[in-house]
Design a protein around this ligand. Structure first.
Ligand SMILES: Cc1cc2nc3c(=O)[nH]c(=O)nc-3n(C[C@H](O)[C@H](O)[C@H](O)COP(=O)(O)OP(=O)(O)OC[C@H]3O[C@@H](n4cnc5c(N)ncnc54)[C@H](O)[C@@H]3O)c2cc1C
Length: 399
């Protein structure tokens, strides 16, 4: 086997598909079933403009996000054509909406920031916003339109990726929990992995794409580790019994977002909570999501609740992903995509496939270099698989 991919989420499956297309033999080792981790609960916003944050890290992530957003239409249509599965891409743009004067002031600040970066964004008066989305409450104070921030349905993307991988000959092994990375040779390099029950699976190269659980796999030398922590997100799926039409665009606001699907379903997300691997949905989380959404889109209270779920975002200490070769030959990281793993999947797959083929790293990858987490005085001992747990348990909201 040329390549083992650990983790069958959107990142692992996208990489497996692209690497196989590039001529490598690829196996995905997935603890549960493919697409049942964080990617299963994500809303699917492709929103580099709406998500951009102040500061140097924010700008680096923006650059990645803009590249990824440009890659999505071709990725989606290639997936759809080769599998016959629609990935639910809706090119409707996004509205960022202010509900009170404080929000409006903040939105003006966000507008200037985006304009200073020459991003496509338009200021809308309340009447203009309500003309575009009549379901918005009359109390809306201001809105920004990000016309190029779109969405996909991650569950459909995963279904398509599973089929695409099967059609090109990627082996996907479910119920295959990777316990340990195996090393050997001089100089030391990856030789494969060992599964939970002791089976050894040899490989030339191993890609660690196990999402928020990526830091739990033993055997990675200290110098090659990436600290990954889980960041809990509660998210709700709603359905309009009257069919589609309440909202056409993604609507984001302080307190959350609503992402419409084509068929009258909506995704309402999401809390951002530092609670380790806790997976329980809470009444408080659900209340907060519905309260804030209802204030801006009162019609939300007519929708039926189909699901309340929890996902764990894979976060690194700087919340930027770790993509590319590690200090250990043969070990490649593809994790830490935090709030943007759906957006970044096609680009990650392309970058990792290049790294697997031994191509020099493009400049874009320097912001994601796994080596930035190497301890200053790295010792050759192996890690015990401990991940960095977040501290506070404050509830914020975001993708
Ligand atoms: C509420 C919420 C909303 C979000 N909304 C958006 C959004 O709108 N847009 C966006 O871009 N991003 C969004 N995200 C972020 C996005 O979901 C993640 O960044 C992305 O899904 C990460 O994908 P992944 O493949 O790395 O992880 P996962 O999907 O979690 O996949 C990792 C896989 O690895 C497997 N695994 C773990 N350990 C092992 C092991 N030891 N051996 C074998 N397999 C293992 C798991 O079972 C899992 O299937 C959201 C996240 C949350 C929680």
């Amino acid at each position: 086997m040329d390549v083992l991919v650990v983790g069958g989420g959107i990142i692992g499956m996208s990489i497996a598909w692209r690497a196989r297309q590039a001529g490598m033999s690829v196996t995905v080792l997935e603890r549960d079933g493919p697409g049942e981790g964080t990617s299963h609960v994500a809303a699917g916003m492709l929103a580099p403009v709406a998500e951009v944050e102040f500061g140097a890290d924010g700008r680096r992530l923006l650059e990645l996000g803009l590249h990824a957003a440009r890659a999505w239409p071709a990725f989606a249509s290639e997936l759809e054509i080769s599998t016959g599965v629609s990935v639910g891409m809706l090119r409707t743009g996004t509205l960022l909406v202010a509900r009170d004067d404080d929000d409006a002031r903040e939105l003006e600040r966000q507008l200037s920031f985006r304009q200073s970066l020459a991003l496509a964004v338009r200021r809308l008066r309340p009447s203009e916003a309500r003309e575009l989305e009549p379901a918005l409450a009359p109390t809306v104070r201001l809105a920004l339109e990000a016309p190029d921030d779109h969405s996909v349905d991650p569950r459909l993307v995963l279904a398509a990726l599973e089929r695409a991988c099967a059609s090109v000959g990627v082996q996907v092994r479910a119920n295959a929990l990777v316990a340990r990375i195996e090393l050997g040779g001089v100089p030391e390099r990856v030789t494969g992995v060992t599964l939970e029950h002791g089976e050894r699976v040899p490989a030339e190269q191993v890609v660690l794409a196990a999402g928020p659980w990526s830091g739990l796999i033993d055997g990675v030398p200290q110098a090659a580790t990436v600290p990954v922590r889980p960041v809990k997100g509660q998210i709700m799926r709603l359905r309009d019994p009257a069919g589609p039409g309440l909202l056409r665009r993604v609507v984001r606001f302080r307190g959350g977002y609503l992402v419409p699907r084509e068929d009258g379903r909506y995704v309402l997300g999401a809390t951002v909570e530092e609670r380790g691997f806790e997976l329980a949905p809470t009444a408080g989380g659900a209340y907060q999501l519905l309260r804030d959404a209802h204030e801006l889109v009162p019609g939300v209270s007519e929708l039926e609740i189909e699901e309340l779920s929890v996902g764990l975002r894979p976060g690194t200490p700087d919340n930027s992903p770790a993509i590319g070769p590690s200090a250990l030959p043969g070990l490649i990281w593809a994790t830490g995509h935090y709030r943007n793993g759906i957006l970044l999947a096609p680009l990650t797959a392309e970058l990792v496939t290049g790294a697997l083929a031994g191509e020099p790293a493009p400049a874009l990858l320097s912001a994601c270099a796994p080596a930035r987490f190497a301890p200053p005085t790295a010792h050759p001992e192996t890690s015990t698989g401990a991940s960095t747990a977040g501290g506070a348990s404050a509830v914020e909201v975001g993708a």
